[in-house]
Design a protein around this ligand. Structure first.
Ligand SMILES: Cc1cc2nc3c(=O)[nH]c(=O)nc-3n(C[C@H](O)[C@H](O)[C@H](O)COP(=O)(O)O)c2cc1C
Length: 200
């Protein structure tokens, strides 16, 4: 089966760069490895995200499928994610530093900044023809404990990275969902002036 083409499934109301539409979150991966160089290119892209005061709160812990830590990272995932992540090339745990390094005060936008870094990483992955899939379904407490993550870091999300695979290798339930999704219309997410969503 052919890997779905997001450009067929997605339309925009206004013109944008194709890369935004080409990025999506497939689950079908081939179980092939990716090179250290390619993996580092993804983190390099994340590194160049904007952040408050250039704080660069993001931290990434990773395990490649041929490494000692692979099973530890895989075990953190909920079963519904583990089933397709077994064919990933790398799994990543994304952290953010919750306090400003300079003065120890709480940073109100640590999560916002790390989201930008994730998007950089996923767009770079798309440009390189890789699967990049963000995940909230994993055991955060276990990740903290087993990966020795200090309390001043938030455990944000996990990411599966891999080579695209044949969607037909997915269980039926996931195969049905293996296509690029659509989006809410712009008028449901953008409003000039005061909050007036939900009014007709
Ligand atoms: C922070 C975050 C958490 C997510 N958690 C999961 C998850 O646990 N399992 C999963 O299969 N997909 C997960 N997704 C993927 C989303 O469902 C997906 O991004 C969304 O449906 C939009 O589809 P698209 O990325 O293909 O455009 C997550 C995405 C993000 C950004």
């Amino acid at each position: 089966m052919i890997f779905p083409d997001p450009m067929i499934h997605r339309t925009t109301e206004y013109p944008i760069e194709e890369l935004f539409l080409k990025r999506w979150s497939p689950r079908a991966m081939s179980a092939e490895s990716i090179s250290h160089k390619d993996l580092m290119s993804l983190f390099e892209a994340a590194r160049w995200a904007p952040s408050t005061y250039n704080e660069q709160e993001w931290r990434f812990l990773y395990a490649t499928r041929d490494s000692e830590d692979w099973h530890l990272f895989l075990e953190l995932l909920v079963e519904s994610n583990r089933v397709w992540c077994e064919k990933a090339a790398a799994l990543v745990v994304v952290l953010s530093h919750k306090i400003f390094a300079a003065n120890g005060k709480p940073n109100p936008v640590h999560t916002f900044d790390v989201g930008a870094a994730f998007q950089n990483l996923s767009l770079q992955g798309t440009a390189m023809g890789l699967v990049v899939h963000g995940m909230a379904g994993f055991a955060r407490d276990q990740a903290r404990e087993r990966l020795a993550i200090p309390e001043d870091y938030a455990v944000e999300a996990m990411i599966a990275i891999g080579q695209p695979g044949d969607p037909l290798t997915l269980p039926d339930k996931l195969l049905k969902r293996e296509k690029p999704s659509s989006r809410k219309p712009l008028n449901q997410i953008v409003c000039a002036g005061k909050f007036r969503f939900g009014e007709d």
